[in-house]
Design a protein around this ligand. Structure first.
Ligand code: MEV
Length: 308
């Protein structure tokens, strides 16, 4: 039997635009999912027969990374699902890692590549941002150009993404979970329809791409006011793309006077916001009072770990 754990993530800048080949900046968070794989007499997940529909990511991980006898998978999650904090990527990366370890083939780049293929197969469209961040940990810059800290390049059809290590400074973020579940696949599809049919949509994703690179410089300088300003601009552009939601606006409104900046993180349509602050207690209180679930998160920790 082999066990891996993998972290969730926040996307600080660039979600959705990255699906079109623009850059994105993401960081691993200290909330993890663990997955164990062991050879068995039938395919099962947490003691029940595996069903492709119910266990979409695990079943696709099996298709992508395993060709031996049946496997029994056991997972343990410290991440709310459909929250925008990367639970699908974390379960995928932990499971692919455990399966590859079971074959004696655990290796980071291979985990990242196969996990991207799994997410792509399940969601029908995806960038490698979530799966590469969950694999590598720390901070990750995904960009069309090769930069310092290059880790690997992932290609799909006409698109390619260069994945880079990015140092993460000591910054305090609070995530606020709206409690509203949203489907990443349908939000990505919605944005695709807008961007491919409207030149304003294309301008919006171009500007998001610029924000990511300005944000990367502000992160290196730990320039909190600049980061906050860029987060707010990115949030406005995400609204224009149609992935905002009243539950997101509600949490943003509740905590905005206690933060440098705040925005949705991940696919949107509900899910979570992330807020950059020096006063996490006050922000947690404001999010709770507005009906959200606050979590103070530590960013920049380890990626996938093969546990002993
Ligand atoms: C979801 O966490 C991030 C999106 O940009 C989709 C993707 O990059 O695959 C919305």
């Amino acid at each position: 039997m082999h066990t891996c754990s993998a972290p969730g993530k926040i996307i600080l800048f660039g979600e959705h635009a990255v699906v079109f080949g623009k850059p994105a900046l993401a960081m691993a968070v200290d909330l993890r999912i663990q997955s164990s794989a062991r050879v068995s007499d039938q395919y099962s997940v947490n003691g029940r027969p595996m069903r492709a529909k119910h266990h979409a990511y695990i079943s696709a991980a099996m298709d992508e990374a395993w060709n031996g006898p049946p496997l029994s998978i056991t997972t343990r999650s410290g991440l709310p699902s459909s929250s925008g904090l990367g639970s699908s990527a974390a379960v995928t990366v932990a499971t692919v890692g455990a399966i590859l370890a079971e074959k004696g083939e655990f290796e980071y780049e291979s985990v990242a590549r196969k996990s991207f293929e799994v997410e792509y197969a399940v969601q029908r469209r995806a960038s490698p941002t979530d799966t590469s961040t969950s694999t590598h940990g720390h901070g990750v810059l995904v960009s069309p150009d090769k930069e310092d800290g290059f880790l690997w390049r992932i290609e799909k059809g006409s698109k390619s993404w260069n994945v880079h290590h990015c140092d993460v400074k000591r910054l305090t973020f609070v995530a606020g979970y709206t409690g509203v579940h949203a489907s990443t696949a349908s939000l990505v599809e919605k944005v695709r329809n807008y961007v491919t049919s409207d030149s304003d949509g294309r301008k919006t994703i171009d500007r998001i791409g610029e924000i990511v690179m300005e944000g990367r410089d502000a992160l290196v300088a730990a320039d909190r006011p600049k980061l906050g300003m860029l987060m707010r601009e990115n949030q406005e552009l995400l609204r224009e793309l149609g992935v905002g939601h009243p539950s997101i606006d509600n949490l943003i409104e509740a905590c905005k006077d206690k933060c440098y900046g705040e925005k949705l993180t991940g696919a949107g349509g509900g899910g979570s916001i992330v807020a950059l602050t020096d006063d996490p207690e006050a922000v947690c209180g404001a999010i709770s009072a507005a009906g959200g679930r606050p979590m103070v998160i530590t960013v920049g920790g380890r990626g996938v770990v093969l546990e002993q």
